[in-house]
Ligand binder design. Structure first.
Ligand SMILES: Nc1ncnc2c1ncn2[C@@H]1O[C@H](COP(=O)(O)OP(=O)(O)OP(=O)(O)O)[C@@H](O)[C@H]1O
Ligand SMILES: [Mg+2]
Length: 325
């Protein structure tokens, strides 16, 4: 990638949680990069560690149970893990915007929307007057499909329906004009037309501002629509990465094949959720040695009892003993 410093560089990120049964290693050596303006899809079955990855990057893991054991996260070359907490707070919002799976966690329950949006907008653009910030808030709320936004601005978060709250959270995240947006299942709870509207909005802002996006989703159709690259996670590790076009047409890892094979051509991708694969994701307390997918894999051999190294070329990275790039 031309020797440029990537916008985001996650290297060997490893996270564990303290539980009643001991320490659960939930992320094990997650690494990926993101260039400015790029959209990376992060996919994988429920529980594979997608949300924990985004909480690790933003240092929002629940305390004291969640802990980063190893790894670094660099934004424009700056290691976020080394920043004091108050500096990290300045990164969240204007540099890294977040849309969470649960909207309530992102909104302040005791502040009216007008105040929350005003703060978020003026953090990014401190020279705006209050009236200008309000105009901007109304524009964004309209963009995310909120009817009569001027009435809604006086509401508290609990006065909104779940879908409305989700949209307000999206508007808030976008209002700070972040360089990177981490969107964790941003549209899952919304109906299809609103979902399409929000995807369009995110794409437009990307084109206008060169915003990079990490898009976490169960929906491969959404990945095909909005992402350039995709990383496939399995049981706390990334097992394969590549461009959307090449990964959908030629998945290499047996797990990715299970997810993508039912979709023959990119141009015919229907709006499909992840297909299911036989067997169960292993528990973080009881991970198989070596390749974590081996117990569910038709191609597994004795070699798979050791951890596969990540093989990579400029277009693809894959961690599997049975595949050579
Ligand atoms: N606070 C926590 N304490 C203990 N374990 C946790 C905690 N949060 C997450 N985990 C565990 O970490 C693993 C990864 O969870 P994560 O929420 O990242 O999955 P996910 O890929 O986002 O799943 P989904 O698609 O359902 O949102 C799971 O095994 C989960 O049980
Ligand atoms: Mg999640």
């Amino acid at each position: 990638m031309g020797g440029n410093v990537p916008l985001l560089s996650v290297d060997d990120l490893s996270v564990s949680f303290r539980t009643e049964r001991g320490r659960a290693a939930v992320l094990d050596g997650v690494s990926f990069e993101l260039q400015a303006g790029e959209t990376l899809g992060l996919v994988g079955e429920s529980g594979c560690g997608k949300s924990v990855t985004s909480l690790g990057i933003t240092r929002l893991l629940p305390k004291p149970s969640g802990q980063i054991d190893r790894g670094s996260v660099r934004l424009d070359g700056q290691d976020l893990m080394e920043l004091p907490a108050f500096e990290m707070q300045k990164i969240r919002g204007p540099r890294i915007g977040m849309i969470f799976q649960d909207a309530m966690t992102a909104l302040n329950p005791v502040q009216r929307l007008s105040r929350q949006m005003d703060e978020s907008i003026r953090l990014h653009a401190p020279t705006l007057s209050r009236a200008q910030a309000t105009d901007r808030a109304l524009e964004l709320l309209t963009d995310v499909g909120i009817p009569s936004p001027e009435l809604r601005l006086n509401d508290y978060p609990h006065q909104l329906s779940g879908g409305m709250r989700q949209r307000v959270m999206i508007a808030m995240a976008l209002s700070a004009e972040p360089d990177l947006l981490i969107a964790d299942e941003p549209t899952t709870a919304l109906d299809v037309t609103v979902q399409a509207q929000i995807l369009m909005l995110i794409k437009r802002l990307q084109a206008e501002r060169g915003m990079a996006v990490i898009f976490i989703t169960h929906d491969l159709g959404v990945v095909a629509q909005v992402c350039q690259r995709v990383a496939v996670m399995y049981a706390g590790r990334i097992v394969e990465q590549g461009s959307v076009a090449s990964l959908f047409s030629d998945p290499k890892h047996p797990y990715t094949q299970g997810l993508f094979n039912s979709i023959p051509h990119l141009d015919r991708v229907p709006l499909t959720p992840l297909p299911t694969i036989e067997g169960q994701v292993p528990s973080p307390m009881d991970m198989p040695p070596g390749c974590r997918f081996a117990p569910r894999c038709q191609h597994a051999t004795a070699a798979c009892l050791t951890r596969p190294v990540l093989q990579s070329n400029p277009d693809r990275a894959v961690a599997c003993h049975q595949v050579s790039l």
